[in-house]
Design a protein around this ligand. Structure first.
Ligand code: UT7
Length: 337
């Protein structure tokens, strides 16, 4: 039975499930679409291929599959969920929320749900929100979903961005547990709206009117000032990890597994180096999955579980950086107490 004594529960991350599209888009195919090479993409990013959903297939398709997979592993019925939070920038619609579609698709009859918009830092943000609900006693079981269909907002004529992104979805079940047990120990979140224009989809809300001129400019697609975002990502990822660990009086030696957002291998490696972590302690799947925005962390958690590195009791550091700009980290011990 989950603990739900107000103010006394810990948010345990007890299972992860995923769903990715079958279709693989390789660097060799991209070479035929834009002026790029496999060698450039691999050496600058670490990416070899990415998964791409069929056009028009909404995120809820993957989110429901990932949710079912997660609940089956946890041995929890959908009807026992209190809430569903979907972190995404590419939900099926602005209204209804994808969380509501997932609630219906899973048969989570008593769960509320909402979408959370925080780009590549969306999963960490959604997990921090779920933690607050659970620690305060307002919920006992929340499905935290991170997913994106980036192919729906990528311009496959723009070599600066189209090589970077992929589609996928992951879900983690967060359940109330005893206060001294396993679960989320702490998290830290940051924002810098001043640099918001450096990673933006110009026509994606009320400020961008999608008229003929905007369509011709491709303003419905992701635009990125790559080098500026890259430099900020390297700085902020390491900074937030060190700050969070420092606040907990911990060091890299207290981390069994770094599960970072997968934007660029050249961002992840310096972060791990700053923390003194061996490559065996760093989850990297960017070669196969590319940057799936809100899905990167749950997809990486699932890979680590599959290869035996993520086990009950593992001390895990999550870290992410993305459009906003926004960045965050979360330190937790995995599994049910
Ligand atoms: O997940 C959200 C956060 N996002 C990130 O953290 C991504 C951060 N940015 C990056 O990962 C990197 O900046 C990129 C991978 C996007 C770019 O790598 P870079 O080493 O920073 O390259 P660059 O932007 O400095 O571009 C170098 C050159 C340019 O040519 P010129 O102007 O020097 O002649 C680009 O036009 O590489 C060119 N270029 C390409 N060449 C071949 C850009 N994209 C490509 C490409 N293939 N696909």
């Amino acid at each position: 039975m989950p603990h739900s004594v107000r103010g006394r529960a810990r948010a345990q991350c007890i299972a992860v499930g995923t769903a990715v599209p079958e279709r693989r888009l390789t660097n060799a195919e991209l070479e035929k679409m834009v002026d790029t090479t496999d060698e450039w993409i691999v050496s600058r990013t670490g990416i070899r291929e990415r998964r791409i959903a069929p056009p028009g297939q909404g995120l809820s398709h993957l989110a429901i599959a990932a949710g079912k997979n997660c609940l089956a592993q946890a041995g929890v019925a959908a009807s026992d969920l209190d809430g569903i939070i979907v972190a995404t920038i590419t939900g099926d619609y602005v209204m209804p929320s994808t969380a509501n579609l997932v609630q219906h698709g899973l048969g989570a009859t008593k769960a509320w749900g909402f979408d959370l918009l925080n780009a590549c830092n969306g999963f960490v943000a959604a997990l921090s929100a779920a933690t607050a609900y659970i620690e305060s006693g307002h919920a006992s079981r929340i499905l935290v979903v991170g997913g994106d269909i980036m192919s729906s907002v990528v311009d496959y004529r723009d070599r600066n961005t189209c090589i970077l992104f992929g589609d996928g979805c992951g879900a983690v079940l967060v359940e109330a547990g005893p206060p001294e047990g396993r679960g989320v120990v702490d998290f830290e979140m940051h924002s810098d709206g001043a640099a918001g224009g450096d990673l933006i989809i110009p026509c994606s809300g009320s400020a961008g009117i999608l008229n003929a001129e905007a369509l011709a400019r491709g303003d419905q697609y992701v635009k990125q000032n790559g080098i500026v975002v890259f430099q900020q990502a390297i700085r902020r990822m390491a900074e937030v990890c060190e700050s969070l660990l420092g606040r907990l009086s911990l060091t890299g030696a207290d981390v069994d597994l770094l599960v970072p957002h997968q934007a660029n291998k050249r961002i992840i490696e310096p972060t791990a180096k700053r923390l003194g972590l061996a490559s065996s302690k760093v989850v990297l799947n960017i070669d196969r999955m590319a940057n799936t925005t809100a899905a990167t962390i749950p997809l990486a958690l699932a890979d680590a579980a599959a290869d035996g590195r993520l086990v009950p009791g593992s001390r895990v550091l999550l870290a992410a950086f993305g459009g906003g700009l926004t960045w965050g980290a979360c330190y937790l011990t995995w599994g049910r107490t």
